[in-house]
Design a protein around this ligand. Sequence first.
Ligand code: HGY
Ligand code: MN
Ligand code: MN
Ligand code: MN
Length: 406
Amino acid sequence: MNRIDKELQKLASFSATPNPSVTRIVYSEEDMEARAYFITLCENIGLKVRVDVIGNTFARWEGSQPDLAPVGTGSHIDAIPESGQYDGTVGVFGGLEAIRVLKESGYSPKRSIEILLFTSEEPTRFGIGCLGSRMLSGQLTPENAEKLIDTENNSLKQNLERVNFNTDLSSVKLPKNYYNAFVELHIEQGPILEAENLDIGIVTMIAAPSSLGVQIVGQGGHAGCVLMPKRKDAGCAAAEIALAVESIAQNSASDNTVATTGIFNIKPGAVNSIPKEAYLEIDLRDTFIETRDKALNDVQDKIKEISNRRGVTSNVKLLNCDPPAICAENLVNTVENVTKNLGYSYKKMISHAYHDSLFMAQICPTTMIFIPCRDGLSHHPDEYSSPEQIHKGVQTLALSLKALSE
Ligand code: HGY
Ligand code: MN
Ligand code: MN
Ligand code: MN
């Protein structure tokens, strides 16, 4: 088994759930152990490591002209509950492997090359994704970050104090033009590359994500004694809303509108008690802002109509609503030339998943390199990319970083 595969296996052992699933929520014990493991590997090859106050970790291979803006690469290692070993981690450990491969080839960069381990790409703890890259890009201000409350009712600051990080959030935002370019290696998390038997995807655009939180309050009551005409069933209202979300996405003018109700909780959760409350979180994305926003409005109108008709109250909160990212043409061309020279098959494509690159694209030229994943499965214990697929991704990243740092 080669180096990076061993390391990805070791990394997967830092998990709150047993193998093959991975659960590694930001600022959890397993997250902190995984971070320490990565930092050790970086220090072992002489990279200069620094960690910012929310845990974004920078591992720099100093170039011969250290004053030049570095070339960045990286991704995340936090993992949603019961997910897989490769989402994000291939980009962080692939960045490390790319640097090792370049070092071992005798190359030394003019521009520094820096790996960035982003804190909290997944929305699991705070309800919004890309916390680290949102703050680095300035899209999320320290004032708004301070308002974030996690699923255990702790603020961001309380989390930082618990893991002994500093809490001066104003120091996170990167200075203008901090990076000359940013390239993220990531599994595709979809079926296209595998179905078309391609080695590499070169990302030209990242879809526009949004999410809503919906708190629904009905009447509740005894499941036997309240006759049907009198019921104000929050669970049924939630179910009707979830189906409306699906139908709005299916009937959108854009084929790229996608939506689901990924969080669906009802209270009190007793079989013989009519659901009094429901809490939903709806994930809605599209590559086109207009159709994304139209779908978002339609969902909110539908929530109002269903709630009024069913006599329940609903409180809707927009959790995030971000523009799509257009990747830098010159970077896409650089990666395309590298891929061609390596003799790998490839295609230019859209990322329907969001990534930290969505926000890095707001502050520097950015693109992504995708590798196939089996059956297009992700956010699932069976998520898998083969050593050969990872190898091709790392080679493409390494020679792209070389081309950008010469
Ligand atoms: O949900 C996403 O698109 C990302 O994988 N967190
Ligand atoms: Mn993910
Ligand atoms: Mn990811
Ligand atoms: Mn992502």
